[in-house]
Each structure stands twice: as C-alpha cells, then as structure tokens.
Design a protein around this ligand. Structure first.
Ligand SMILES: Cc1ncc(COP(=O)(O)O)c(C=O)c1O
Length: 364
C-alpha cells in the first residue's frame, strides 16, 4: 500500500478507558468518568422526553441540509442560514477545514498545548505547522502574528483553550483579528462557549461581520449534553461556508442528531442551570487548590487543569484505582498536571477526597 508517509509517524486515536473496563479491572462497583468534558447533568429533560416519544423514518437518508436546526440556529445567532455548516461533531468540521485549505504547500499556526485535532489533521494534509507555546498560561496572540508567513492558510485559536481552560480577553482577540491578513482563515474553536462566565467575554459570532475571515466553531457535545449524537456547527461568511460545503460529505449529520439538537435549542434554562452549577463547582476546585497549595489554571470551562505531586500518569492511575477516570497531562502536553472534568457536587466531593489521599500519600 502506498500510504501517506506521515501516517508512519502517527497513532490512531486512543480513547480513554470506559467505566465498565475500569470497574472490572479494579473490582469497583462505582466508577465516575471525568475525562472527556461531557455534561455530568446529561441533556435537558425536554430533550430526553422528546427522544422517548418521537419516531423517525430511519430508512430515509437524513436531510443533509439540517433544515430545522439551521433555521433555529440562524435565528438564535442573528445570521443568514447560508452562514452555517454542520459537522459530525466539531471534530469533523476541523477535518473539513483542513481538507479544504491545507496541503504540502501551505502553513498553519496553532496553540500548544491545545486541542490535538488541529495538528493531527494538518499533519495528514502535509501542511507546515507552527505551534505557539502558551505564555503565562495564556495564548500570546502577538506570537501568532509573528509566526504568519506568506504561505499561512489557517490560524487555529481555541477559546477557551483545552486543556488549560484559559480565555482570551476580548480586546486582545479583536486587536489580533485586526492584524491578521484577510486571506488567512482564523478558526475560533469555542467548544466550551456556553460555560464562560467572564463578563468581559462577547459572543464572537458578532465579530464575523467586521472580520469576514473568522469562522466560529460550536458544539452540542458539551453544555448541551449531546456528545453521543455527534453534532457541531461552524458559523462564518457564506463565502467560506460555500467552499467548506464542497468538501463536506452529503449526509454527514444524522436525522436523530439534527432533531435532538433542534429540540435542545429550545431549552436555554437548562444551559443556564449547567453554567451556574458548573461555576459553583469550579470554585470548589480553585478553593481546594488554594488550600492545598497546588497550582490550578484559571478555567472558564467545565474542566480544570490541576497540578499533581509526582508523575501525572501515576496520579491518574491512583485516582483510577479510587474510581475516578481523569486525563493525565502527559498525554495532553501538560506533564505534572491532570485534567479533570467538573462533575456534579457529589462526584466532585468524591474526586477531591481521592485527590486529598493522593496528596497525603505523596507527603503534601
Ligand atoms: C476544543 C475542542 N474542540 C472540539 C472538540 C470536539 O467536539 P465534538 O464533540 O463537537 O467533535 C472538543 C472535544 O473535546 C474540544 O475540546
């Protein structure tokens, strides 16, 4: 086979361990998964009721245009319907963008550490990659500007950033966008937008008119609690969306996903509740970190990146044995830290107890 050469340097995505697997391996009756930034409150009860009472023509291909969802989202965001692109999760949109713009002749800029799919897709397309290290825990957008060259096609900005949870101040973001040449696509990946509570933060979809080279990514996988349906979307100028639609597979989102996402948009109260509960619980993590004298990144998301004593893989293993699946920073480019999804009050109480035991074990 004549595989792309770069594949010999890559590995297939390795999913974290499932709760069932961990239960069996460690003889546990209860395992809590706080590893993938899913919503611990599930989805809105209105969505769950809708799902159990609805029937659909499963033998028919989905509406590839996502008509109902498109109309609702266009209204919600005050944009034209032609400004929206749907993906099988925002993961798929990242690969559509990469496929449409990247090849061996072009260059792309992204933060590091950050969401790994930007680099993963860019590698497959053979693009030249510049990774910009975080400075003082944040994206330094001046460094992004300095990295631009005549071949730069895409700049990826993860805001808030995964795995650190940090948010770019709005004024900094706007000043950056003013300096990026118009022929470079700026992708603002905002998977955790619904969790942001910083009052300075503006809805960046409102920036698209001023900066037509901006494409905003959002997802139903996080605050909406619909990760298993695989649906996300991009909002941008209709010219950009038209080009991306040429690359998109015709039936990339399914009937059920479009229907439940449409339903979920009717329940803003659920999202508000999740944001508030998440913020309350996030404060518990920062108080804990302060009290124990361990470092935690400021987070505007539903996860925290917390320092651990010793090796992060060992700390993750210890927490796993106590029934908590979290992510080791070793796999995320943040050695010495673990990323913990903020769970329910009860889940966090248990996690923090196990974390306390870990600190004691290490004499901290
Ligand atoms: C920053 C970021 N972007 C995109 C995604 C992908 O989300 P989706 O489930 O919509 O594919 C994730 C998922 O963890 C994420 O953290």
């Amino acid at each position: 086979m004549q595989w792309k050469q770069v594949l010999s340097t890559m590995q297939p995505y390795k999913p974290g361990r499932s709760s069932e697997e961990v239960k069996q391996a460690y003889h546990l009756t209860n395992v809590v998964k706080l590893a993938s930034n899913e919503n611990p409150y599930g989805c809105a009860s209105t969505v769950a009721e809708f799902l159990s009472s609805t029937s659909m023509p499963f033998e028919i291909y989905p509406d590839g245009h996502g008509t109902t969802l498109r109309a609702k989202l266009a209204e919600k965001h005050g944009v034209e319907e032609s400004s929206i692109l749907f993906g099988n999760g925002s993961d798929e949109i990242i690969s559509i963008i990469s496929r449409a713009l990247l090849d061996e002749k072009v260059h792309t800029i992204m933060p590091s550490p950050s969401f790994p799919q930007y680099a993963h897709n860019a590698k497959i397309e053979g693009a030249d990659i510049t990774e910009i290290l975080l400075k003082n825990e944040h994206h330094d957008l001046n460094d992004f500007i300095e990295a631009i060259n005549e071949r730069t096609a895409i700049i990826w900005v993860c805001n808030p950033n995964n795995p650190t949870g940090s948010l770019i101040p709005t004024a900094e973001l706007e000043s950056f966008l003013e300096r990026v040449p118009e022929n470079i696509l700026v992708v603002l990946d905002e998977a955790y937008f619904e969790y942001v509570t910083d009052s300075d933060h503006v809805d960046s979809i409102g920036l698209i008119d001023r900066f037509p080279n901006v494409l905003v990514l959002r997802t139903f996988s996080k605050a909406y609690g619909l990760a298993s349906f695989r649906i996300g979307y991009a909002v941008g100028s209709s010219d950009i969306i038209t080009e991306l639609n040429k690359v998109r597979n015709p039936f990339n989102t399914n009937t059920l996903a479009v229907a439940v996402a449409t339903k979920a948009l009717e329940d803003d109260a659920f999202i508000d509740m999740c944001r508030e509960l998440n913020e309350e619980q996030r404060k518990r993590y920062s108080s804990f970190a302060n009290e124990k004298g361990i470092h935690m990144y400021d987070s505007e998301t539903n996860f925290v990146l917390m320092e651990v004593p010793g090796d992060a893989d060992e700390a993750s293993e210890y927490l796993l044995q106590h029934g908590y699946i979290i992510r080791s920073g070793n796999a995320l480019g943040t050695p010495g830290y673990v990323r913990i999804t903020i769970g329910t009050e009860e889940q966090n109480t248990g996690l923090l107890q196990a974390f306390t035991l870990l600190l004691q074990e290490k004499g901290r």
